[in-house]
Write a protein that binds this ligand. Structure first.
Ligand SMILES: Cc1ncc(COP(=O)(O)O)c(C=O)c1O
Length: 368
């Protein structure tokens, strides 16, 4: 397999070095938790191989939340490995899939590496990045095997409503395709989200993780949900071939966190709303940027107006080199660089305020 490193990974803040960044507005997660703040006692933990499907208590708790059976849940090493397992289990070279673009890069790159035939559903800024079930339906071809969507969406924060989600589930069922729904940002929806897509029908696979909402990406703890037991058998086989089972340490920390998550969630949600409003207020005042309002998550994907006379390359150079401020540039998502993902959930309020001011300064200095 000819794996290629993706720009979003090569240029990620952890690869640049956090110490070199003053204002990190690249992240799509809430601020990283400190282990000490979780207040856990792990001394009784036995470091054995674990249940191959994943920590039974954690799977049971997730299953109860989603109204599915515990064996419909497979824990994975982050949502990233769940997506890899799904893509490699469902797609072979030459098989056709339909996927949203822009997207979390892996949702496109793994099928590309596999040699799948990829049709893109290009979301457009001028359509409010709307994910349109009827448009997707019209793009399904007789040999489309997999339809892949992300909602709440990365990098735009838009979301598919329940009736559209159900419509898409029904269409893909009738057309005989699998539907992958990457729901990694589901717990950060601003209004209560639709039921987990995989709980609605057996041809749907949902993927999520603890990384984003809870600020726990270093745990590498995700999951996929699938009600089709035969399909789940294959997905489990893929997991066993890669990992055998998950990390006993990660799974125990995840379980102890998850069962007490209500202790953390209200403060996380309040901080997200505060930072979202701060960012959208700034955007409303920053005439050189246009934005589609997010419906969930901690990112938005504004665009530098074409008539603002901003030299895009100068903008990024000044922003990065002079102000040590970083955002997610459009090319991370196979988009024009006039688009940028701004992550408002990870920085402190002071870093976010400073980072937004630095974007305005860099726009000033890059104006022709
Ligand atoms: C939509 C989406 N899915 C999956 C992932 C992978 O996250 P993780 O492996 O940390 O759960 C990301 C990370 O940015 C993402 O944005």
């Amino acid at each position: 397999m000819d794996y290629q490193r993706m720009p979003i990974e090569i240029e990620s803040p952890e690869q640049i070095g956090y110490a070199k960044i003053a204002c990190n507005l690249t992240e799509s997660s809430f601020r990283d938790a400190r282990f000490a703040d979780l207040n856990l006692d792990l001394r009784a933990l036995v470091l054995s191989y674990g249940d191959h499907r994943g920590h039974p208590f954690l799977r049971a708790a997730l299953a109860a939340d989603y109204a599915v059976a515990a064996n419909d849940v497979l824990l994975t090493v982050g949502a990233a490995s769940a997506l890899f397992i799904v893509a490699t289990s469902l797609l072979e070279r030459g098989e056709r899939m339909l996927v949203l673009r822009p997207n979390y890069a892996t949702n496109i790159e793994t099928p590309r590496t596999l040699g799948a035939e990829i049709d893109f559903i290009d979301l457009k800024f001028d359509d409010g990045f709307r994910i349109d079930a009827r448009r997707i339906a019209a793009m399904i071809r007789p040999d489309t095997k997999l339809v892949s969507i992300t909602t709440p969406h990365n990098p735009t924060g838009v979301m598919l409503g329940e009736s559209e989600l159900r419509q898409l589930i029904e269409i893909t069922r009738i057309r005989g395709c699998f539907l992958l729904v990457d729901e990694t940002y589901r717990d950060m929806a601003y209004q209560s989200p639709p039921p987990l897509a995989a709980s609605i029908a057996a041809h749907v696979i949902s993927v999520a993780s603890l990384s984003k909402t809870y600020g726990l990406p270093g745990l590498r703890l995700g999951w996929l949900v699938c009600r089709d037991s035969e399909r789940m058998h294959t997905l489990l086989a893929a997991k066993e071939q890669i990992f055998i089972c998950g990390s006993a340490l990660d799974e125990e920390v995840a379980w102890q966190y998850f069962r007490r998550r209500e202790n953390f969630l209200p403060a996380i949600r309040a901080a997200i709303v505060r930072h979202r409003d701060l960012t959208l207020d700034w955007l409303a005042r920053e005439a050189r940027l246009q934005v589609v309002q997010p419906a969930g998550g901690v990112v938005c994907f504004p665009r530098i107006r074409a008539d603002a006379r901003v030299d895009i390359e100068t903008f990024y150079r000044v922003l990065n080199d002079k102000y040590a401020t970083f955002v997610g540039p459009g090319h991370w998502f196979e988009q024009e660089r006039a688009l940028m993902r701004i992550g408002f959930g990870w920085p402190t309020t002071a870093e976010l305020t400073q980072g937004l001011a630095n974007i305005s300064r860099a726009l000033d200095e890059a104006t022709r």
